[in-house]
Design a protein around this ligand. Sequence first.
Ligand SMILES: Cc1cc2nc3c(=O)[nH]c(=O)nc-3n(C[C@H](O)[C@H](O)[C@H](O)COP(=O)(O)OP(=O)(O)OC[C@H]3O[C@@H](n4cnc5c(N)ncnc54)[C@H](O)[C@@H]3O)c2cc1C
Length: 554
Amino acid sequence: MDTIIVNGATYWLPENNNDVITLVNEASNNNEIICVRGSGHSFPLIGDLETEQKSSTGKTYKYIMLAKMYAVVMPDHNTVRVQAGCHLGVDPFDPTGISTVENSLCYYLDNVGTNAGDPSLNRALPDLGGITHQTVGGFLSTASSGGSTQFSFEDAIVSVDVVTCQGGHAAVTTFTKPTSGDPDDPFYAVGIASMGLFGVIVSATFSCIPQFYIEGSETIEYADKCSLINLFGTSPELPNMQTFLEQTQYTRLMWWPQQNNVPNTDLSRMVVWQASRTDQAGAADWAKHAYELMGEKPSADGLKPYEEVPYFLGSPIPANIAANLLYRAIGQWPTWLKNLFGEKNHLEYEIIKLLVEGNYPTKIFPAIMDIFVTVDTPTNKNKGPQLFSDRWYTGLPMDNQMSDQLMPVWFTELWIDINQSEQVMDKLKAYYDAQPITIDLSFSCEIYAARHNDFWLSPSYQQDVIRIDVFWFGYNQGDPATFYQSFWDLLAEFNYRPHWGKYIPDTVNGTPGVTYISARYPKWNDWMTLRNTMDPKQVFVNDYWRGKLGIPVV
Ligand SMILES: Cc1cc2nc3c(=O)[nH]c(=O)nc-3n(C[C@H](O)[C@H](O)[C@H](O)COP(=O)(O)OP(=O)(O)OC[C@H]3O[C@@H](n4cnc5c(N)ncnc54)[C@H](O)[C@@H]3O)c2cc1C
């Protein structure tokens, strides 16, 4: 079996289920712990595991990547079975170099009919996250989800095949959605949010829907002048946040919550991305309309893809580079300035530092916002909000064009009952309004939603949710967990459930994080009991999940 070294960890690259079974049996016999990596997009989880190399119990980690297990088959026109190492879309930084657009799940589905000579059989999944670099196994394991209360990825799952290690012997176990819909069926423990703790997911089966397109808009406004949502109770004629999240098919809000220190001038922005389903003709009409407004010729393919950043020579990379330089300069302030001046020029360093820091909140940061988060005007390039139309799998993941390496973003994401949307927004606004504009607070806060499901440890277990996703620029100095602690404590009263693939609190207002989190899940104990039965030797329990979930050592 081949191996590859990623960040100092040696990963086995199994090619089929038997290889995975062999690896799990070896781990069981040799007292090792299996650590699976998908595309490594869960921070700090995957990095921590790669650094540790062994558990505090003394057991060595056995690392596995399913990069060679990406086959896709369709047993019938509406069902797809995919190996868990398959990426949803291309992962541009896949360390094995195997991931391509063409071998990704979404591309396969979108073209499956055309390739068979009948485009009417092209297929889709109901929803996708903001990026599609993830593997199927990783996306399922952390209950990742797109921004919709109306459609969900989770609703499409029919079954998962998992290499488990019951009784110390590895074997493939299939968990299938019960036709009865019984929410107590083990399928709902394992299919989503199993964190790799039941075993290695080797494949999954999804129910597909007909291919679709999307049409939509992105509106950039000052938050206190938002024309789409009654954000803070001052525009009662508009839908409130909950209603907006419930009525909009697909949406994502990017809130730049910084309050201006200059009286009577606006600063805080709300960027509202929203889209609805359409067909190819609808997408083409929408694109034509958008191009007409812009005074440009329609594109040859009849679509008008969303541009998250201004494109230069047809590419988002130059804007990514500019943002990288700027955010690195902010994030690593003032270390680079100090290095630039050296010990000998300490006085000059102090003068410039004082000058910059004195002007940062009132002049420098507002100027950055004007350049990078420019409020719509009737005379801008789009003649108002940006309109876009696209295929489902290139349009829904609106953040694919941001580079994971140039603009790495880490998150903590708190999922809260959607009925509390207004109260959460008010609480956050009061918090942000009182904060000075610091380096850590120079970034945005994403707000979106997720649809309820019955998966026991899904953060949207049996409730639609509003998701508060606080951003941290990956090249910032300092510890994101320290920054996030304020949010974990502030929003504790809303009984949030944290996203499993993002930063998870170790404490909440002084209470152990696991005490707070476990109380949010009615089926927590059932999940734990089933997990212990499926993995009695704890072959799949690494230190990260042991700590976050409070799994005692056996
Ligand atoms: C830029 C960015 C954007 C994001 N956007 C969204 C979004 O819009 N919505 C959202 O919900 N989340 C989002 N996420 C979070 C992301 O979806 C999760 O972190 C997801 O788990 C990453 O998938 P992965 O393939 O990288 O898995 P990894 O991060 O590699 O692994 C995640 C977990 O899954 C386990 N695992 C992976 N594969 C298997 C397998 N085959 N069997 C068993 N266990 C396995 C791993 O052991 C680990 O515990 C985003 C993350 C980033 C960095």
